[in-house]
Design a protein around this ligand. Sequence first.
Ligand code: SAH
Ligand code: F3S
Length: 485
Amino acid sequence: MEKIIDETLQGQTLVKEKKENNTKKLYIESYGCAMNFSDSEIVASILNKEGYNTTNELSEADLVLVNTCSIRDKAEQTVRKRLEKYNAVKKINPSMKVGVLGCMAERLKSKFLEEEKIVDLVVGPDAYKDLPNLLEEVESGRDAINVILSKEETYGDISPVRLQSNGVSAFVSITRGCDNMCTFCIVPFTRGRERSRDPLSIIDEVNDLWSKGFKEITLLGQNVDSYLWYGGGLKKDFKSATEMQKATAVGFSHLLDIVAKAQPGMRIRFSTSNPQDMTIDVIEVMAKHNNICDYIHLPVQSGSDRILKKMNRLHTREEYFRLIDNIRKIIPGCGISQDMIIGFPSETEEDHKDTLSLMENVKYNFGYMFAYSERPGTLGAKKFEDDIPEATKKKRLQEIIDVQQKHSRFRTEQHLGKIEEVLVEKESKKSDSQWSGRNTQNTTVVFPKKDYKLGDYVLVKMEKCTSATLIGEPVGYGPMQALSS
Ligand code: SAH
Ligand code: F3S
């Protein structure tokens, strides 16, 4: 394996594993959540062993794979448009094969092969190890499909090929699937039952990333706080199997603790936390370790108890506030962000006002806000009518976006005048003489490069800001630098 570092891509460092004798070219594109991007790295690794190296040039690809998202109708439309583009390229390069991976593959199954003539291969999120067999099918002129969901697959034994990486931050997946069944959400149907990955394979991956120079990892799962691994330990020390399982189980707070201790010079982030599953011990472990970032993505979806109940979010507004209070008490200054859905079936002006007042109360650092999009097959689609007019959805969405922008500015301004540690992740989009990174709370910070390098921990004095970005002056190395060289 040869490690290729290409400094040309907007100053970012592309780190790829390339096998020298590989002759076939894979073009892989990902849409949707971080888990899809992480899965594409697993797919690239599986295909690397089958003779494929990745390429950034669509026109020269032997195999094009698109890792798809079904979370909202718009996400699916984006993928359909890309398929049109691949079709145009296939006219010039007819031997090119096209495969669909991920949530749309799982949702639409063989329908994809009927609806989109260009598609040769349909593979669901748990079937990537079957890709070599499926490609053989395609080579012999047959359509190939595997959308079987698994109760065990975690890909823990696969070492991902890092794609489009800056060489500084990487995703490490810790759970797959989700058992929560929020009524609006397609994920439990496309990604299946929740399962956790062996902590030893997680630590191995983190150590490997560290040895390759990475400085930040984000532990990924649809619902990281429900991570739970049973295993290990010697049977003879326990009276019963249940006792053994209880004693040796690793929950999320324990996992965070082990990962933080394994690499004290590595920044650790995680996503996503579900309010009903986040426990105080997670917050306490965060407070205990300097290298776990003070940032929690804590989607709430609505501020109305009535809507939360219809969404099957298993907590109330008050319980959510209690959790926020605990976070602020245990980790003062912790960055908190939200996901919000407006226009859920039957949402009244009163419910919407509850959402606005919840936002006013929390004043999130960031937010990702969406209009409800009915997903076929979900409980929401079966039980409730998508009855909020588009114009109302649009108006409510704009209202929460405006409120969030005001709060983001308020939170960002709190950093002005302070000196904070920033991990250098990439060149600033606006200027090649500036670095871009984030502070612990996940706010982007831009500052002059001076002699600092990618992957350095730098102390930056915050001087100016926009609503979401801090602009500062570097004043020296941060305390994490000593642990990281
Ligand atoms: N727990 C997951 C959630 C994935 S979906 C995670 O890892 O983040 C991401 C966000 O998309 C959700 O939090 C929700 O705000 C939004 N979303 C999900 N289904 C939706 C739908 N049907 N319509 C609109 N937004 C939706
Ligand atoms: Fe979806 Fe709710 Fe799980 S948003 S991914 S069902 S926590």
